[in-house]
Write a protein that binds this ligand. Structure first.
Ligand SMILES: [Ca+2]
Ligand SMILES: [Ca+2]
Length: 422
């Protein structure tokens, strides 16, 4: 994807039509950073088909993006069907229904569709469609997977398709593991200004791979090859039964940590009421090094929320000293996209010298607090990669379960826990 974008943009930069190219997400310390674990949203392997729209954007009614290919059909197979899995980040919120439909088409006719608000959000829902009427007697057909905008949709989305299991026909690259335009089989048809289709592949060393692709583009040499094989088997078909989202549970993404496998999860399930002012959190008493020249705390946080739903869930980080409790950070869970942020992205580590100086130890709290009670707004806030200067942090990467942390989860419905991917 980076290769294709650079190929399009570099001629503009070369002849001065644009001043330069910002490669969003380009790594600067590529050799030190592993792939962000939660970036892999594939159901199987490391590749998937994605239809995404950014924050603060509205998809116009009638538009769509689709991936398609001409498939070979056995006209005498006796049975024709397609099993597959779809993913979205929309829980069953009524305000989001009637706007965006996932669709399967044969020869440009819709044979299956599902509203993105039909299933539980953030989970892969298995699906199946009988294609006997559409494929019987044919030797070839156009198979398309589409996200269609039925009515204007003003919220960020990332809809996935993965793990196709055809019966009575064959689909090369059924798991979207090959993203090379020359060999991937699939084509894209872009009929929306804002919903963008792409073949997303996450590699174990994403930052290094992106760095190498950018280097190759500017050096004028061919881009390095991207792996084209799945890292795991594609499962057989399953009935269509979406499971409720549970952080780290069945049908969620492989690993929702930032780095490694563990993270803190502060969770409010959908269709669950909370009370104004209630909080859940993890806290740790940290020893203060009296000889340290300064004191800093750094953490990364994450949530699955969107900017159209402000004012409910707050990510709060506090320090408790002998003089009392101070709020260090107070960020609405709807203020950032589904992305790990180093304290809302802008500020990075926080200088806490004025609070820690002279203390033998301090308590740091990482909380989710309800600014307003909710009736039905799922949120899953993550914290990971907590580090400090001048303080001793135990298990700040949550790779040893909850070791070192006190988990405080006094409210039924709100769930605080350390989750660890298999
Ligand atoms: Ca896949
Ligand atoms: Ca971790």
């Amino acid at each position: 994807m980076v290769t294709e974008e650079l190929k399009q943009a570099m001629p503009y930069a070369a002849d001065g039509r644009i001043g330069g190219i910002v490669a969003y997400g380009a790594p600067v310390n590529y050799d030190r950073r592993p792939t962000i674990a939660s970036n892999n949203l594939a159901q199987t392997g490391d590749g998937r088909l994605s239809f995404a729209q950014g924050n603060y954007t509205t998809a116009a009614a009638g538009g769509y993006a689709e991936a398609y290919q001409q498939v070979t059909v056995d006209p005498n197979a006796g049975s024709w069907k397609l099993g597959f899995a779809t993913y979205d980040q929309v829980s069953r919120t009524p305000s989001k229904s009637g706007k965006l439909d996932k669709q399967v088409l044969i020869d440009d006719t819709v044979v299956w569709q599902s509203d993105i608000a039909d299933e539980f959000g953030f989970t892969w829902a298995p699906a199946s469609v009988d294609l006997t009427a559409a494929l019987k007697g044919k030797t070839t057909a156009k198979l398309a997977l589409r996200l269609y905008t039925q009515a204007a949709a003003n919220f960020p989305i990332d809809v996935g398709f993965d793990s196709l299991v055809p019966t009575g026909f064959t689909v090369p690259n059924f798991g979207f593991e090959d993203v090379n335009p020359a060999t991937r089989g699939w084509q894209l048809n872009q009929q929306s200004q804002s919903v963008v289709g792409s073949f997303e592949k996450v590699t174990p060393h994403q930052a290094k791979d992106v760095y190498d692709v950018i280097s190759a583009a500017y050096a004028g040499v061919p881009a390095p090859a991207v792996p084209t094989t799945p890292s795991g088997p594609i499962p057989s078909n399953l009935p269509r039964t979406g499971a409720p989202y549970q952080p780290g549970g069945a049908n969620t993404i492989h690993d929702s940590a930032m780095y490694g496998k563990g993270r803190l999860s502060l969770f409010v399930p959908e269709k669950t009421a909370t009370g104004t002012g209630t909080c859940i959190w993890a806290e740790q008493r940290m020893a203060v090094d009296p000889a340290a020249p300064r004191y800093e705390i750094s953490w990364w946080d994450y949530d699955g929320y969107a900017a159209d739903l402000f004012g409910y869930h707050l990510k709060q980080v506090s320090i408790v000293t002998s003089k009392g409790k101070k709020l260090l950070s107070n960020v609405d869970a709807a203020s950032a996209p589904k992305l790990w942020m180093n304290g809302q992205g802008g500020w990075g580590p926080i200088d806490i010298t004025e609070f820690a100086r002279g203390e033998s130890s301090v308590v740091l709290q990482f909380a989710l607090c309800e600014q307003q009670g909710v009736g039905d707004y799922l949120v899953d806030v993550g914290y990971d990669d907590i580090t400090a200067v001048g303080l001793t942090v135990t298990n700040g990467d949550f790779e040893q379960g909850s070791t070192g942390w006190t988990i405080v989860s006094p409210h039924p419905g709100m769930q605080a826990k350390v989750i660890t991917a298999p």
